[in-house]
Design a protein around this ligand. Structure first.
Ligand SMILES: O=C(O)c1ccccc1NCC(=O)[C@H](O)[C@H](O)COP(=O)(O)O
Length: 233
């Protein structure tokens, strides 16, 4: 009789990297850092309810683990403002979330700051515009176009990215919540590197709920949820 050869287990897709955006307050930053996200975002746009203003503790940011990438989020900001904030807070990357041109991205990159260029996906979105940005960007970020430059809390049709073919990895953003996790893991979109979590995990502007984030992080990392840590329903 032939020995039973078990079928090979299905190949698990690589887990998605996680960016928690819109952080501001010291205690909350330390708590969220404990979940070991890959990126943490700080909003340097005065029009946002998450604007860091003078609230952000630069010594705390400098003490965060080096593997946690600190992202400054800017909207059509001058180059010297970006480079000053990068130096002051020890930021790892600049996320350009306005109408920045490829030339502006090139200037930020040439100043030694790796760029995440964000694009609002709406009815006029086209993948064709991205090639001109590719040489100057470490990552792209695709967010839902809305009344605010970011943090609108709404999703877009992710299938619009199905034909993405550039070598720049990207983060998916816009209204992601715990219910999105299973679909995100099943997506298998070309170039998809990670996800960006923001308003759906907040208890107030720029205050993230660790209880809400924890099961999301576990799911995205394909870990078994720790039921003792779930919030009471
Ligand atoms: O979050 C903001 O307030 C914000 C304001 C201005 C520019 C960018 C902003 N956020 C950038 C992000 O990367 C957000 O996480 C992204 O827009 C998704 O937010 P949400 O739809 O709330 O999940």
């Amino acid at each position: 009789m032939l020995p039973h050869i078990p079928a090979a287990p299905p190949q698990a897709a690589a887990s998605l990297r996680i960016k928690v955006c819109g952080m501001k307050y010291a205690g909350n930053i330390a708590d969220v850092a404990g979940l070991e996200p890959d990126f943490m975002g700080f909003i340097f746009h005065a029009g946002s309810s998450r604007f860091v203003g003078e609230e952000l503790d630069e010594t705390l940011l400098q003490r965060l683990p080096p593997e946690l990438k600190k992202v400054g989020v800017f909207v059509d900001a001058p180059l010297d403002y970006i480079t000053r904030q990068v130096a002051r807070y020890g930021l790892s990357l600049a996320q350009l979330h306005g109408h920045e041109t490829p030339e502006q991205c090139a200037a930020v990159q040439a100043a030694g700051v790796p760029v995440i260029k964000a694009f609002g996906v709406g009815s006029t979105f086209s993948l064709a515009q991205l090639s001109a940005y590719a040489p100057y960007c470490a990552y792209f970020l695709f967010d839902t176009k809305g009344p605010q430059p970011g943090g609108n809390g709404t999703t877009f049709d992710w299938e619009l990215l199905r034909d993405y073919s550039l070598p720049v990895p990207y983060l998916l953003a816009g209204g992601l919540n715990l219910e999105s996790a299973a679909s995100l893991l099943a997506l298998d979109l070309p170039g998809l590197y990670g996800v960006d979590l923001n308003s759906r995990f907040e208890t107030a502007a720029a205050v993230k709920s660790v209880e809400r984030l924890r099961p999301m992080v576990r799911q995205l990392r394909r870990q078994t949820p720790d039921l003792t840590q779930q919030p009471a329903s």
